[in-house]
Ligand binder design. Structure first.
Ligand code: PLP
Ligand code: COI
Length: 358
């Protein structure tokens, strides 16, 4: 890994010589199709390749498209294991329901992920921080321009050998507080992992980059005051609690925040390490006050794991978080999580799902 600037891997300007994120794909994919009469067809393993779609396929017009992201992690003994795949299977079901799409049974989701990992086990990279990123997705393929739930769907899992999402490696990023755009509103689709949420986030991300920042800090829709998420990741900070003890804080799942697998895992890990945890609102004013109460902030997600936040640019200017470097609690949590995922230490919560290889 190289570079003095942090750049999102896979975008123009990525400077890392490694795999990047979502740039390379393995040889296989698994697919199934759904119709009201037949339900889900048996999963099929196929070569990774182009899909044949009608130009009237409804996903292309009205955006019935949901997806997931999870990783298979290699261990030193050659084994491969998925991290809490049932959490992704359940969320995939909730996303599908929100978009009026058929639910895929959780066992089928899991079977599809395992089949791709098994088929392409030889392509899983084994360098530091590397893994196989799985992308299960479901799209409406019925050819129709009617505005209604489609009657035909395609489910597939593709796989990409990846590095961590940020090409610059583990360093603190600068974030840009979005003031004139929001990611999600109450009653909307913010808690679903649907394609449109990401399309709607791209122009604010361009603004962040144009202002020398790496990611967007999303605020709530009603008051533009409360921190919700960071790019396509959940948000955490560390601050002095009422009783003078440091606590790990993240906004509660209000319906506008995606329920992250990593978020949930870090809350559990932190509590197990004896760190106080609190789910409560955090205002952007509190975050940028510079009064020393917030000492660390970070974002987390499957793709990037844990990403320290060094500074926040909001209306009042650029405010450093702590000393602007990755914080102690942040780094400890990141290391503990990686040690479980790469099986360098025990898995006390039973999170790793071993994939039996041929
Ligand atoms: N928030 C959003 C909007 C996301 O897209 C993701 C990524 O999936 C996350 C948070 C983090 O979720 P997870 O930890 O399950 O990857
Ligand atoms: C994640 O897996 O952390 C994501 O946010 C996926 C992202 C690349 C859309």
């Amino acid at each position: 890994m190289t570079t003095s600037t942090v750049t999102a891997a896979g975008t123009a300007g990525a400077t890392a010589p490694g795999l990047g994120f979502g740039v390379h794909f393995t040889a296989h994919m698994v697919v199934s199709r759904w119709t009201p009469a037949e339900g889900w067809a048996p999963l099929e393993l196929a070569p990774h390749g182009p899909l044949s779609l009608s130009p009237a396929a409804m996903a292309l017009h009205y955006g019935q498209a949901v997806f997931e992201g999870l990783k298979a992690y290699p261990a030193a003994d050659g084994s491969l294991a998925l991290f809490r795949p049932h959490v992704n299977a359940d969320r995939f079901g909730r996303s599908a329901r929100r978009l009026a799409m058929p639910e895929l049974p959780a066992e089928m989701f899991l079977d599809a992920c395992e089949r791709v990992v098994r088929a392409d086990a030889g392509e899983v990279p084994r360098g530091h921080g590397q893994s196989l990123y799985l992308r299960p997705f479901m799209v409406a393929v019925e050819p129709s321009l009617g505005v209604r739930p489609a009657q035909e769907y395609l489910f597939a899992v593709i796989a990409s050998p990846v590095d961590y999402f940020f090409a610059g490696g583990y360093q603190a990023i600068d974030v840009w507080c979005a003031t004139d755009q929001i990611r999600a509103a109450p009653g909307g689709t913010g808690a679903a992992k649907c394609a449109g949420n990401y399309a709607g986030s791209l122009s604010a991300k361009a603004q962040a980059l144009a202002n020398g920042c790496h990611e967007v800090l999303w605020l709530d829709a009603a008051e533009h005051r409360w921190v919700e998420e960071l790019g396509a990741m959940n948000f955490f900070c560390v601050g002095r609690g009422e009783n003078g003890v440091d606590e790990l804080i993240t906004p509660g799942l209000s319906g506008t925040i995606l329920a992250g697998n990593t978020r949930d895992s870090l809350l559990t890990l932190a509590a197990g390490l004896g760190i106080e945890v609190a789910q409560r609102p955090v205002s952007v004013d509190e975050l940028t006050a510079g009064d020393g109460r917030i000492t660390e902030a970070f974002a987390c997600g499957t793709a990037a794991s844990v990403v320290p936040i060094g500074a926040v640019t909001a209306g009042s200017g650029r405010a450093l978080i702590g000393d602007g470097l990755p914080g102690k609690v942040t780094t400890r949590l990141r290391d503990e999580l990686a040690a479980i995922q790469y099986r360098q230490q025990a898995d006390p919560y039973g999170w790793m799902h071993a994939v039996e290889l041929n």
